[in-house]
Design a protein around this ligand. Structure first.
Ligand code: SF4
Ligand code: FES
Length: 354
């Protein structure tokens, strides 16, 4: 146990893996957890109380699609009473206007709505569902009408990067105060579609320049980072392993990041068996890559080891076969060339369950 261990800032609660969309960049696992294994209302509420007692400030309600849970309003109300800042991460599907009003009345603090493209037919193709783009515009209007702050989340990749400026404009038109641009990451189902999603180098660099040019006068806050494929230094994934966030799967397993189950040999404790404070401090999975003592060279003696915490363990595993290796995004990794393979001309997506 690390002596100066701070409490986590956030709890990411994946309320369900069920989802009405089928995005090819989904980073949820290949094998989704079944509805019958999901935590019930009372257990989630107990966990929210434990999170607040532990010092967690922000609760991110995610999935899958959290609106697929019939008890969503009750969960938000309980979390708000526990003193947690509540953020709903949603595709928008399943959120009628009355339900959005009920969530606002229950104490929801913020909504993060994903959009797939500025062009509706392309957006529906990416989401794998006809009419999804139109529904999202209606949901955004209802969220703003309910007085809730809105962030629009854009996952960008080869198909939609050419319309990034239009997507930012759409987010502003929808009434968002912030837009978060995230380049697809190749965990879970997204790995299946990597060849069809990877943009070429020029398109990704054009996007970075476009954001730098647009952001100051865009009338909206824009969060964007250089995509891993074209970066030379890793980002501190999850703010550092076991440092800022606990990720709970629908069945209650506590993970240091959403893709941690891909790493062989880790044992994940469940909130069904252990209190959250014990999981945070003692669970072997959280301790495995916490801090800097586990690091091999070149990280061990690098000045950035307490800045990026060695980058992403899941990416290190996926690209080198060793979760303890230096993240290949780092220019000091001997595997750096594996991060941006030459794009292959694959245009069709593989959708879940089809
Ligand atoms: Fe980060 Fe390790 Fe690269 Fe240093 S060597 S920049 S700690 S990944
Ligand atoms: Fe697992 Fe980055 S996604 S450490």
């Amino acid at each position: 146990m690390i002596e100066d261990l701070q409490p986590p800032l956030g709890l990411l609660a994946e309320l369900t893996h069920r989802c009405p969309l089928a995005c090819p960049y989904c980073s949820n696992p290949l094998m989704l957890e079944h509805r019958s294994d999901e935590l019930d209302t009372a257990t989630w509420c107990r966990v929210f109380d434990q999170a607040a007692a532990l010092g967690v400030l922000q609760l991110h309600l995610s999935g899958g699609e959290p609106a697929a849970r019939p008890d969503l309003v009750d969960l938000v109300a309980h979390a708000a009473r526990a003193g947690l800042y509540t953020n709903l991460i949603t595709s928008g599907l399943g959120l009628a206007a009355a339900r959005i009003d009920a969530l606002a009345a229950a104490g929801l603090d913020h909504v993060q709505l994903s959009i797939q493209d500025a062009d509706d037919p392309s957006a529906d193709r990416i989401a794998g569902r006809q009419g999804a783009a139109r529904t999202k515009r209606r949901v955004a209007a209802d969220v703003v009408a309910a007085g809730l702050p809105l962030t629009v989340n854009l996952v960008v990749h080869r198909a939609n990067l050419p319309r990034l400026a239009e997507m930012i404009a759409l987010a502003r038109e929808m009434g968002a105060g912030r837009v978060e641009i995230a380049h697809a990451q190749y965990h879970g189902w997204a790995a299946v579609n990597r060849a069809a999603l990877l943009p070429d180098r020029q398109a990704a660099l054009d996007a970075v320049r476009l954001v730098e040019r647009l952001a100051p006068g865009a009338g909206i806050a824009v969060d964007h980072v250089v995509p891993d494929q074209f970066a030379d230094t890793p980002k501190p994934c999850m703010g550092g392993w076991g440092r800022r966030v606990i990720n709970l799967t629908p069945s209650g397993r506590a993970l240091p990041c959403h893709a941690a189950e891909t790493i062989p040999g880790l044992t994940f404790w469940s909130v069904r068996d252990h209190a959250l404070d014990r999981i945070w401090a003692e669970s072997p999975a959280f301790r495995r890559f916490r801090g800097t003592a586990w690091m091999p060279e070149p990280c061990r003696s690098c000045d950035r080891r307490s800045v990026d915490f060695g980058g992403c363990r899941c990416q290190a595993l996926a690209l080198t076969g060793d979760a303890a290796a230096t993240d290949p995004v780092c220019h000091r990794s001997p595997h750096h060339h594996r991060v941006a393979p030459p794009p292959r001309p694959v245009e069709s997506y593989v959708y879940r369950g089809r």
